[in-house]
Design a binder for this molecule. Structure first.
Ligand SMILES: [Zn+2]
Length: 283
């Protein structure tokens, strides 16, 4: 009995299928005028199908893009309507970027031959000339370093324009170069006007006298101490190892520059060199 019913069903399905097939064949072969229409209809179907498939199976970009857009929206709405709230990231210090201790001097920002600091003094226990305004923080830093059991040598401070010109020629001759740059294209000595030693705000600090100051000085205990504590006195390591491409100057683990405590700490915490810091104020 079951077999018989099964056979009937199979036969019916076959007959219905055959009927549809025949109809379709007839339609295609006999009504050639409809071929164009059929093509259009097929096109419509394909479009509809594409639409459905996009909804059902978003491409990887869409999957990634959706949640990001959705996540961004709730944040944007309150910010636009509610009173401004403190930023989670530290805002830039409220300083006058044109102030004397923030002056930017480099190869692109040169001082004139007649530019001199307000008042140059020579600190008591060395022959190092500096801008008088950095005497107190510089001496405090040097004393703290000595108190830590380390020796401190102020090897170079203020240099006039003409002194820097002579310095440039001497260093170029010693190194067999004409432009003051090393093999990597970074300055080992600055052309006159381009050295911030002319400001009196920069001091080369080492543990003793060196004929040549280079990157190996980073291994001295005096440098290690200064690097860790200089910001407490308002100084920065002006030409760090990882900023040569920006400063254009080779790594100098001895050249410290006064910028003030607030700015020194901000620059160090945010890993900025002076060029990058000054750029924050040039909107
Ligand atoms: Zn220097």
């Amino acid at each position: 009995m079951k077999n018989r019913v099964g056979r009937i069903i199979v036969a019916l399905v076959f007959l219905v299928g055959f009927a549809f097939y025949t109809y379709d064949q007839e339609k295609n072969s006999m009504h050639s005028d409809d071929v164009a229409f059929f093509g259009e209809a097929k096109g419509l179907n394909a479009q509809a199908f594409e639409g459905v498939s996009m909804e059902a199976e978003p491409s990887p970009e869409e999957i990634v893009g959706q949640p990001m857009e959705q996540a961004a929206e709730p944040e944007a709405t309150p910010e636009a309507t509610v009173e401004p709230t403190p930023e989670p990231t530290p805002s830039i210090p409220q300083v006058d970027i044109t102030s004397w201790e923030l002056i930017l001097v480099n190869a692109d920002n040169r001082l004139g031959s007649d530019w001199t600091p307000e008042r140059v003094i020579t600190v008591s226990d060395s022959q190092c000339p500096i801008d008088s305004r950095i005497e107190e923080p510089l001496m405090a830093m040097a004393q703290a370093c000595k108190d830590a059991g380390l020796s401190v040598y102020l090897s170079s401070g203020y240099r006039s324009y003409s002194e820097q010109a002579a310095n440039f020629t001497r260093v170029c001759n010693n190194n067999g170069v004409a432009d003051g740059k090393d093999a990597n294209g970074f300055y080992i000595t600055m052309p006159a006007g381009g050295s911030e030693h002319q400001t009196g705000l920069a001091v080369d600090i080492t543990d003793r006298y060196y004929e040549i100051k280079n990157a190996s000085l980073e291994n001295t205990d005096t440098f290690k101490w200064l690097k860790e504590h200089c910001t407490e006195y308002g100084f920065i390591l002006r030409f760090p190892k990882d900023k040569e491409e920006i400063t254009g100057v080779m790594y100098e683990p001895f050249h410290f520059r006064y910028v003030g405590v607030e700015v020194a700490k901000y620059m160090t915490e945010n890993n900025l060199c002076l060029e990058e810091f000054v750029a924050l104020y040039q909107e």
